[in-house]
Design a protein around this ligand. Structure first.
Ligand code: C2O
Ligand code: CU
Ligand code: CU
Length: 535
């Protein structure tokens, strides 16, 4: 494939903060970028499926009255099953994409937005150039052509904008949706399917009195992360899901910029988890509540078969601690809303992080004639072995720090083309890695802040092998620990204050740049993001 990533533009993106400004204000620059396609389709790639995705500014009816202006992705199937693309009109969401493992896919992305943008396939194992690295952001009027094979196992993946500095705003304006992969093994299982298999994305938004999205860029908000004052499910405010009295597969995605959920049924029923970021887990796990950090997915098996018609159930987010920023001086103090150095402003939110509020309402409306029982075993998962790691005694540590005005990984902020020695990883190796969020003691003097970070790595899925908590933070951690699902394959994990998460991650097949970053999108835009160079 011929990727003419314009060198001049790379320099421009690299050295100019104007790169995040509207392309419409930079006509000379647009003309300097020589063609409208930054790369071309390759002659020796034979796609099974070809789709077109265009990114547009449009208005959708989310409420009565004025339509809401959003940034919307529309899809079209050029080759392959019409089921590949499911457009969601009247929502801000991008289309839901459905693929089969092994399919070769070509995606033509067209940017009609007044800004640069690029889409990233979150959780997918694709070549570096196909991964939506911000380096490949395209301007208004330009196209990018993706070509890759679906190597991932069946799972609930997703995709979203990844243009540097504006990811949070673009995702908030709509540019995200599901990327669902199926395979033979999954199809052989008798899990609820069709209308009983439901992708459900949880997001928080704020709207003004004219139904327009509100988003503010104050430093305070960048540090905490944006918190909306209402919850939307699949882009709908006041969402109520009508169900039959039978079992369902809920594919939950936390598509919020920064909000972390602790989900529990209001009638005290336990939650049955069957899958996580990288697909099904070995066997169902039952827990009192589940934590869902930004970008994480949890698949639930939910049974309404004993519920009488008319039953209403609510999945709520229930209280937990450690959610808000705290100054380092107060490290280990019990967290919660309203505490901490900036607590005053945060407590103005109607839905404080770590508070108690409804998320998803379900109403049993119909008696079902069929049911799918819960399989006792779902899928075999081969555990990665420490002895296979290239560095079994020398983990690659990623230290997370928040200070006033900065969010850092190993003390560094994001910069394009800025690979340091410890960010080079040999291809086809398994690496022992750890996220350290203040577990190993103080990160410096005074002003560091204790916050949870949803940490994500691009490329192949990883396996979590242990969590350790600094004793000062044990009490905080106890408020979330029963809801963490660390089995199976992961691409994003919640790292609580005072916590260290150790995991094994394979870096197979593809060389090039792959990102690692905090998926609190405000933190990401603030620079809590870096690249690894696989070579
Ligand atoms: Cu959803 Cu760079 O990630
Ligand atoms: Cu990703
Ligand atoms: Cu973060």
């Amino acid at each position: 494939m011929n990727n003419k990533i314009n060198n001049q533009r790379r320099k421009f993106l690299q050295y100019s903060s104007i790169a995040v400004a509207s392309a419409a204000t930079l006509p000379s620059f647009i003309h300097a970028a020589n063609s409208s396609a930054t790369n071309t389709a390759s002659a020796d790639f034979y796609p099974d499926v070809e789709i077109e995705l265009s990114m547009d500014v449009t208005k959708v009816p989310l409420f009565k009255g004025s339509k809401t202006r959003v940034w919307k992705v529309w899809g079209k199937v050029l080759k392959g099953s019409p089921d590949t693309v499911k457009n969601l009109p009247d929502t801000y969401l991008a289309p839901i994409l459905h693929f089969q493992k092994g399919q070769k896919v070509r995606i033509y992305l067209k940017n009609n937005l007044p800004s640069q943008s690029i889409l990233h396939w979150h959780g997918l194992h694709v070549p570096s150039k196909m991964d939506g690295n911000p380096m490949y952001a395209i301007n208004h009027g330009e196209s990018f052509i993706y070509e890759f094979e679906i190597l991932n196992r069946a799972g609930t993946y997703w995709y979203h904008s990844h243009a540097h500095g504006v990811t949070a705003k673009q995702v908030y304006s709509g540019m995200a949706s599901f990327f669902i992969v199926s395979d033979k093994e999954e199809q052989a299982l008798k899990l609820p399917r069709g209308q009983y298999d439901l992708p459900l994305v949880i997001q928080d938004r704020s709207f003004d009195s004219n139904n327009q999205l509100k988003y503010s860029n104050h430093m305070m908000q960048k540090m905490q992360g944006f918190l909306g004052d209402q919850i939307l499910i699949n882009s709908q405010p006041d969402f109520v899901l009508p169900v039959e009295s039978r079992s369902y597969r809920f594919r939950l995605l936390n598509g919020s910029n920064s909000r972390i959920y602790k989900l529990a049924w209001d009638d005290g029923s336990p939650i049955t988890v069957i899958g996580t970021d990288g697909g099904l887990i070995e066997k169902p796990e039952t827990m009192p509540y589940v934590m869902l950090a930004p970008a994480e997915r949890r698949e639930l098996w939910v049974d309404f078969s004993n519920k009488p018609i008319g039953t209403e159930l609510t999945l709520r987010s229930i209280p937990f601690e450690g959610a808000s920023m705290h100054g380092g001086m107060m490290g280990g103090r019990r967290g919660g809303m309203g505490g901490g150095m900036m607590g005053g402003m945060m407590s103005e939110n109607k839905l404080p992080l770590g508070g108690d509020y409804p998320v998803l309402k379900v109403k049993v409306v119909k008696k079902a004639s069929t049911n799918d029982p819960l399989p006792t075993r779902l899928t075999p998962i081969k555990p990665l072995k420490l002895s296979d790691a290239a560095n079994p005694n020398n983990p690659r540590t990623i230290k997370l720090t928040m200070r006033r005005m900065s969010a850092l990984l190993n003390g560094r902020s994001y910069k394009m083309d800025d690979i340091r020695a410890d960010e080079i990883i040999p291809v086809n190796t398994l690496q022992l890695m750890e996220f350290d969020n203040g577990y190993s003691g103080s990160q410096g003097m005074g002003m560091s802040m204790d916050m949870p970070h949803p940490m994500h790595l691009h490329g192949e899925q990883f396996q979590i092998i242990k969590r350790e908590v600094n004793s000062k933070f044990q009490q905080t951690h106890d408020t979330v620990s029963k809801g963490l699902v660390d089995s199976g394959w992961k691409d994003t994990t919640l790292v609580m204050p005072g916590e260290k998460v150790t995991f094994l991650k394979p870096f197979n097949d593809f060389k090039g740049l792959f990102m690692y970053h905090c998926h609190n999108l405000e933190h990401e835009d603030l620079g809590m993001m870096r690249d690894y160079l696989i070579k």
